[in-house]
Each structure stands twice: as C-alpha cells, then as structure tokens.
Design a protein around this ligand. Structure first.
Ligand code: CP
Length: 325
C-alpha cells in the first residue's frame, strides 16, 4: 500500500517499506531546500488546494511552501472569509474546488474522518490529511520519525537513507501527555511501531483513550521511572480546544505530575531527544527552558515539515520515482 499515486489519509497499515519510501524521498528534498533557488519543476502545471477548517501555523505554511517549491500552483482557501461562513457544506465546497481543476487537496478539519469523507466525494483528486479531529495527522508522524532518523544517522556519520529502518530497532519512545485527544500520538505510534521502535505512554488515566489496552504500546503509571529509559521523549500538547481541561483537575496539577519540568529533565539521558509537535504550552507540558535546551529538536521538527510534505505531495500527486526528481 505505497503512498505513490494514492491519497494519504492515515499511517495505519503502512509498511516499513512504504514509510521508508517517503523518508528517503524527503531526504532528497532536504538538499533542494539548502539551495539558493529552492525550487524544482516536479509538479509544474499541477494544482494543490489548501483547505484548513481549523487553525494551523506549521502544517499550513509548510504544505504551501512545499507545493510552491515543487512548482505547483496553490489555491489557498481562507475558510473564515469563504462561503463556508454562509453555510456551504464540506461536500459543496469540495465540489466547487474540484470544478476549478485541482490535482490534490490538503485538508485540515476538526472532525475525525473528514479526510476520508472528502476522498469519497472526489475520488480522482489526491486527498492529503493535514489533521482530522482526534484521528490522524500522518505528515506529522512522518516528519517526527524522519527527524529522529536524521539525527541518529548523523551521530553515526551516515545519511538516514543509508540506515533504512535499522535505527528504530530497539529505540525507546516515551509519549507523554494528552494521548486521548491526540491525532499526533496515533500517527506517531503507527509510524514508530511499524519501523520497529518500542513505545511507552505516560498520562493521567483520564487522558488515555478508551481501548488503550489494544494499542501496541505499554502504559506506564510513573513518568519518572521511564525518563531514563527513553531515547525519544515525545511530548503532546494539552488540547484546550478539545476539552482537555475537563479531564484534569487543573493545569497546575497536570504540570506537577506529567509536565517535563527542569527537575524531571535532569533525569533524562543526555543523548535523548525531546520532541513536541507544537504549538507548545510553555510552562504546562514543557518547561520554557527545557523547550529551548540543546536536547530539544522542536525547531528541527518544524524545518523537516517542508521536505516531508514535498515528498508526500510528490509521491501522491506525481507518483514519480525518486530518480525522476
Ligand atoms: N503540529 C501542528 O500540526 O501544528 P499546527 O497546528 O500549527 O499546524
């Protein structure tokens, strides 16, 4: 089930080979992004629509940057000032955009399953899920594993593509925070587990999803006991807009029990990576100084959003092979 020529709705079910194809293609685009002229003609003449029904900084900007660097034309719908505000349905909005002649739509929506629904409405358009409710955020999962592989490979003096999935075998990933509401957690876990990593999750019981016992992870009660175990410490945002506040007695209590405070950070191994998809709540899930510490790769994650999204657009829209770049 390669992403080549397909919509990308979820990371669930992708094989290590499928994931590595995206990561290796993204590595080619890292070099493009270092050039003074950061542009290749791969998607010249193709049209990518950017449709964000929910707020975004990183995903929207990096998808639009990625599409432009591939020479695609970008239609960016400002939902807040569009006919959506007059009550136009998602189905009619998509039909309208399709009528303008598009090859792909990048969709963020607060409803889980919205991307799958749109893929049914417009079967001839590639749909790329840029985050749907609590369901999936596939390109975030891809850029997270890409960032880990890039850094670990560089420590060994190699390129990520030279290591394949080997760096993930035996890798310890600790995810902390609001697992219940997090689409990033779901996509990250799919990617890490497929590539061979071991994942633990630490959260207050109220911020664990129903059915967590069926997930391919180990739930730990004590964050403290797993800090030394972790090679990757993946923090998640407390999602106030999805009602997280109703699931914890107070933000201060969450920070006291599950926040990455300076005291807890002192227990983390020196070579461990601290990650967060952003936007971060400084002083809640992560201490402000820890967010800016050398171990924090949050800015690198953002930067890697561009080559990963270039790779996803390239593979899904053009369906081309890496050698054709
Ligand atoms: N990580 C992420 O999805 O950030 P944005 O909401 O800013 O796109």
């Amino acid at each position: 089930m390669s992403v080549r020529g397909q919509s990308l709705l979820s990371l669930r079910g992708l094989t290590p080979e499928d994931l590595l194809e995206v990561l290796d293609t993204a590595e080619s685009f890292v070099e493009v992004n270092r050039r003074s002229v950061k542009k290749v003609p791969a998607l010249r003449g193709r049209v990518v629509a950017s449709l964000f029904y929910e707020e975004s900084t990183r995903t929207r900007l990096s998808f639009e940057t990625a599409a432009k660097r591939l020479s695609a034309d970008v239609l960016s719908l400002a939902v807040a000032s569009s006919s959506v505000k007059k009550g136009e349905s998602l189905r009619d909005t998509i039909a309208t955009i399709e009528a303008l002649g598009i090859d792909a739509v990048v969709l963020r929506h607060r409803a889980s399953g919205a991307a799958e629904q749109v893929a049914r409405y417009v079967p001839h358009v590639r749909v790329i899920n840029a985050g749907d409710g609590q369901h999936q955020h596939p390109t975030q999962g891809l850029l997270d594993v890409f960032t880990v592989r890039q850094i670990l490979a560089a420590r060994r003096g190699a390129r990520g593509s030279e290591t394949g999935a080997a760096l993930f075998e035996g890798l310890h990933v600790l995810m902390v925070g609001d697992i219940r509401h997090s689409r990033v957690a779901r996509s990250d876990i799919d990617a890490y587990v497929a590539l061979g990593a071991t994942v633990r999750v630490a959260a207050p019981p109220t911020l664990l999803p129903p059915g967590i016992e069926t997930w391919p992870v180990t739930v730990v009660d004590s964050l403290r006991d797993s800090l030394e175990w972790a090679d990757v410490l993946a923090l998640l945002r407390l999602q106030q807009e999805r009602g997280t506040g109703r699931f914890v007695p107070s933000l201060a209590e969450f920070t006291a029990t599950f926040g990455l405070t300076q005291e807890r950070f002192a227990l983390v191994r020196p070579e461990a990576l601290v990650m967060h998809p952003g936007p971060i709540n400084r002083g809640i899930e992560i201490d402000a100084a820890v967010a800016d510490a050398p171990a924090s790769v949050i800015t690198r994650q953002v930067a890697n959003g561009v080559p990963i999204r270039m790779a996803v657009l390239f593979l899904t829209v053009a369906g081309a092979r890496e050698g054709e770049l």
